[in-house]
Design a protein around this ligand. Structure first.
Ligand SMILES: *Cc1c(COP(=O)(O)O)cnc(C)c1O
Length: 375
């Protein structure tokens, strides 16, 4: 049996990244210095947002967004079931109730039409890097607060512009975990077009400290509690260096996806939804649908291929037992979850790696077993 060590996602670090980090170590600041501000400014420019606040993780940024928008026990936050637990935790951390609605067949993103009128907050998750289509979304009741969990989608584009320009949201959060589009080691960022939200995000990140008289006094005030959710300059320097490669990374991911689509459609494997006109997919993940998923998970892992299941639906986790499933049934989620498997996709993969993944699927995916996935 041939074996090749391949991960489903991995950082790609080069000499310029290492040099950037080494430079910070020789400077005066290791945290909250000039690299943080530069990183924030460049991310904001990149996604066409006015303001950006770097955090120690996307989970922290999402918590910050929920707090900044004033969510609390009176609120009901709705998100997608097909997401990481950080999405629902962000609502929980501020005491809000959480709920999910089913995903759509043709996006695997939350079905906006199912969001109940009583929802006061919505967290669209751009699953796998495919932006949620918010273009024509008209909430049935009062407009809820909207936080985009764009952890998968830095570099993705919508007809309204880059994900992160908050054309249909209050705050958008990105992750820089090593498997995400670019990395800072650990890290995240919240972007917004609203100055007041920006100020609150900054305060929340730094214990709630208000220094409205600058450096001319030692005094400061804390009106509301915050956290130490700061990103360090060491992380920000890596992020700045990585950001230069974002476009290249996203285009490599798109080429890899094209290769998989071409080779796997012949096997009758269910392919991930395609972006609609005007959208660019980020392809953080390449999840496919397989009738014999459990078998393939084991067999591909045995051959060194680090496939993964994204995600155990968040409503099935014990922490979310009390969850308000806004629609009682999640038929599409259940069907997708029973077959879904993320294949390796990241800029460090060679053509040999991709060929190996396809060859293993050709060997193990029995013809004649057609999946429910279309295309
Ligand atoms: C990775 C991820 C997060 C959390 O990101 P961290 O930076 O690791 O905290 C949140 N939501 C989704 C959908 C993610 O994939």
């Amino acid at each position: 049996m041939r074996v090749r060590r391949i991960k489903y996602g991995r950082q790609r670090i080069d000499r310029s990244d290492r040099k950037a980090v080494a430079e910070v170590l020789r400077s005066d600041w290791l945290t909250q210095g000039p690299y943080i501000e530069r990183f924030e400014r460049q991310i904001a420019e990149h996604v066409e947002a006015k303001f950006a606040v770097a955090f120690s993780s996307a989970s922290a940024a999402l918590h910050g967004a929920a707090w900044t928008l004033g969510l609390g026990p009176r609120d009901l936050g709705i998100t997608s079931p097909l997401t990481f637990v950080a999405s629902t935790n962000a609502f929980r951390h501020v005491g809000a109730r959480v709920g999910v609605v089913d995903i759509t067949q043709d996006s695997w993103n939350l079905d906006l039409r199912l969001i109940p009128e009583k929802a006061t907050a919505v967290m669209p998750v751009h699953f796998a890097g495919l932006p949620v289509n918010l273009e024509k979304w008209e909430p049935s009741g009062q407009r809820p607060k909207v936080i985009e969990d764009a952890s998968h989608a830095l570099g993705a584009i919508t007809p309204s512009g880059p994900v992160g320009n908050c054309a249909h949201s209050d705050v958008t959060c990105f992750s820089f975990h090593p498997v995400k589009p670019i990395t800072t080691g650990e890290g995240g960022i919240a972007v917004t077009q609203n100055y007041e939200l920006f100020e609150r995000l900054r305060r929340f990140r730094n214990h709630g400290i208000i220094r409205d008289r600058g450096d001319e006094t030692w005094q400061y005030e804390i009106a509301e509690e915050g956290f130490n959710y700061r990103m360090s300059d060491i992380h920000a320097a890596l992020g700045l260096s990585q950001l230069k490669k974002l476009q290249k990374f996203v285009s490599i991911r798109n080429e890899q996806a094209l290769f998989y689509r071409d080779r796997l459609s012949a096997l009758g494997i269910g392919l991930p939804p395609l972006p609609q006109a005007g959208f660019l997919h980020g392809y953080h993940l390449f999840p496919v649908l397989l009738q014999n998923r459990d078998f393939l998970f084991r067999e591909m892992r045995r051959r060194g291929i680090g496939v993964q299941v994204h995600y155990v639906p968040v409503n099935e986790l014990a922490v979310n037992q009390d969850m308000n499933t806004a629609t009682t049934e999640l038929p599409v989620t259940q069907d997708v979850y029973s077959k879904i498997l993320s294949l390796p996709i990241h800029p460090g993969l060679s053509q040999g790696d991709l060929n190996f993944v396809v060859a293993v699927l050709e060997e193990l995916h029995p013809p004649g077993l057609r999946t429910a996935g279309r295309q």
